[in-house]
Design a protein around this ligand. Sequence first.
Ligand SMILES: [Zn+2]
Ligand SMILES: [Zn+2]
Length: 238
Amino acid sequence: MPTLANLAVFEASALPRLQQPIQVYYRTLDQVGKPSLEARVAQSLARVEMERLLRQLHTEAALIGANGTLDPDQRGILRDIISNDLRYLNRFMDALPTLTRAQALARCQAYLTTLRHTANEMAALKLPWLPVYPGDRHNLICKWHCKCALDIKKVNGVGNWDVYWQRSARESCSTCRALEAAWRPLRIRGGKIVEGQSLSKASEIRAIKAVLGLLDKQPTPTPDHVITPAADLRHTAA
Ligand SMILES: [Zn+2]
Ligand SMILES: [Zn+2]
């Protein structure tokens, strides 16, 4: 499961791997100068190597999220995630000659966020649609920059899970704080989201509903009523 701890270990190894081809490109540039055939060759080598790495790293992130094996659904979604990220990578690689070494190395950091989203998305695939996911650009103030993770624990019985919103220390936006407070845990029983006893304070329930825009749609909350999941969010979350 993609807990913050094992995602942090993965990210610590992923960043130097992503930065390595960039370092090689700028070392070549130092030797040959920018407008040269060698520089253009170095740029295409960086592109090939970065593409290979992104495929590899998204697969590793997916395996972390999916607990070691990917079913056909998960492999399909992984393919979509990778092809989407490769479009951004190509723009990055096109821009390489216009970037400084520091700018290019910093840009590698952004891939850690997309890798994290891959792990979260794989982990959440067995669950019913959740009203919000880490990295959800529509419902979180931090949008795509969200650094949170889902901690999903299987509970005895079919379709039963407890889902915790794990806010990382680098994340302080109010939507993620509200979700951390409200999902401790978010209970899924029999494949449906139910509000658990841990959502005891009326103010917390109000806060999280405000975050999710559910206040008007759910006018008479009772302790065990079901939140209507927003089915359109998952694929926009990555
Ligand atoms: Zn967050
Ligand atoms: Zn946030």
